[in-house]
Write a protein that binds this ligand. Structure first.
Ligand SMILES: Cc1cc2nc3c(=O)[nH]c(=O)nc-3n(C[C@H](O)[C@H](O)[C@H](O)COP(=O)(O)OP(=O)(O)OC[C@H]3O[C@@H](n4cnc5c(N)ncnc54)[C@H](O)[C@@H]3O)c2cc1C
Length: 312
């Protein structure tokens, strides 16, 4: 961002400060900028969207688009209308509606009338050797996003309990070759009996031993060796591990979270604190998708702009 050469110094106080420069934050910035409002995006550069090798379900991109390219295009689009994008990590937000102060870990402080949290979530890969190497490639996180590309393929699904069972059943709508790997972290009997029955009916095996090694070709996964000597061949793996909302800064200022740590929002993406909004994955709709993140950003921006509740 700051290194792009296109960023102007921000004049200290602006209508809206957006924390997080992924699809959600950048879409919010575009909307604000096109309302002739000063919008400042403060972000680190580890967007979840960057893990996307190529997304196929963003309307208008029938040839798919790489996650990092989508981010670059969204940045360019917001900059074109005058949004300001800076690199930095937000530590704390203080103040109140129409007079918020955003404190960065490097000591900089920015003033804004409204705050939009677009801070996303963190993924935890399953616990098998070199799992990070395969993230977004042989190891997938989002069957809603790329289950279509798994049609007919041999799949392993990592996780435990009902969550892994549901993900495996969802994936079995694309292929008859799904195997659950509990990876030494759970047992088949912990799964709800009705889900166990569905797994059995669909012929989805559930293997409990830990993975000791991965067969691969570069970043693609070809199979797993389990501790009991079982070898399974796969074309790709999915993770059903929990995702972790990046809501620490919001929590510090008293924004209400749900029991999993996601920011609670109303239909306008407003939080319990006046003037504070949340959009994208961190807002915890349960639908972590780019078009939903962008849609929420549009809702929040339109709602904030429609308020005209203070001078300045
Ligand atoms: C492997 C993979 C593949 C996927 N494929 C698809 C797909 O094909 N289609 C689809 O629709 N979705 C896909 N998704 C989901 C998609 O990536 C997310 O829904 C989307 O990125 C959410 O956007 P966001 O802006 O909410 O969060 P993010 O993209 O994660 O951006 C959040 C930003 O906030 C910043 N941030 C957080 N805290 C702070 C702080 N304190 N200070 C400053 N900055 C901060 C982060 O650094 C980050 O840059 C995929 C996800 C993964 C992991």
């Amino acid at each position: 961002m700051g290194e792009s050469g296109m960023v102007r110094e921000h004049p200290g106080r602006c209508r809206c400060i957006i924390i997080g420069g992924g699809p959600a934050g950048l879409a919010a910035a575009l909307y604000f900028a096109r309302f002739n409002c000063e919008a400042l995006v403060i972000s680190l550069e580890d967007q979840r969207a960057r893990w996307i090798e190529r997304t196929w379900n963003v309307p208008g991109y029938s040839e798919g688009i790489r996650g990092d390219e989508l981010i670059a295009r969204c940045r360019e689009h917001a900059l074109k209308y005058g949004a300001t994008l800076i690199h930095g990590e937000v530590d704390e937000v203080t103040g109140r509606n129409n007079d918020f102060r955003v404190h960065l870990v490097d000591g900089r402080v920015f003033y804004g009338r409204h705050i939009v949290f677009a801070t996303g979530v963190r993924d935890t890969p399953p616990n098998f050797p070199n799992a990070y190497k395969y993230l977004g490639r042989g190891l997938r996180h989002c069957p809603v996003c790329d289950g279509y590309e798994a049609n007919g393929k041999r799949l392993a699904v990592f996780g435990t309990g009902d969550r892994v069972a549901r993900r495996a059943l969802f994936l079995s709508t694309f292929t008859d070759h799904v195997t659950i790997l509990l990876n030494g972290e759970g047992s088949f009997h912990e799964i709800d009996p009705s889900l166990r029955e569905s797994l059995e009916n669909r012929g989805i095996p559930c293997l409990e031993p830990p993975v000791v090694s991965v067969m691969d070709e570069g970043t693609e996964i070809r199979g797993f060796l389990l501790q009991d000597g079982t070898r399974i061949e796969v074309d790709r793996a999915y993770s059903a591990q929990e995702i972790h909302p990046r809501s620490e800064v919001a929590a510090k200022m008293g924004v209400a979270l749900d029991e999993r740590g996601f920011i609670q929002v109303d239909a306008h993406c407003a939080t319990n604190i006046e003037g504070v909004y949340a959009v994208g994955d961190v807002a915890g709709t349960g639908y972590a998708q780019i078009i939903i993140a962008m849609g929420q950003a549009a809702i929040a921006a339109i709602h904030i702009h429609g308020r005209f509740d203070a001078p300045g």
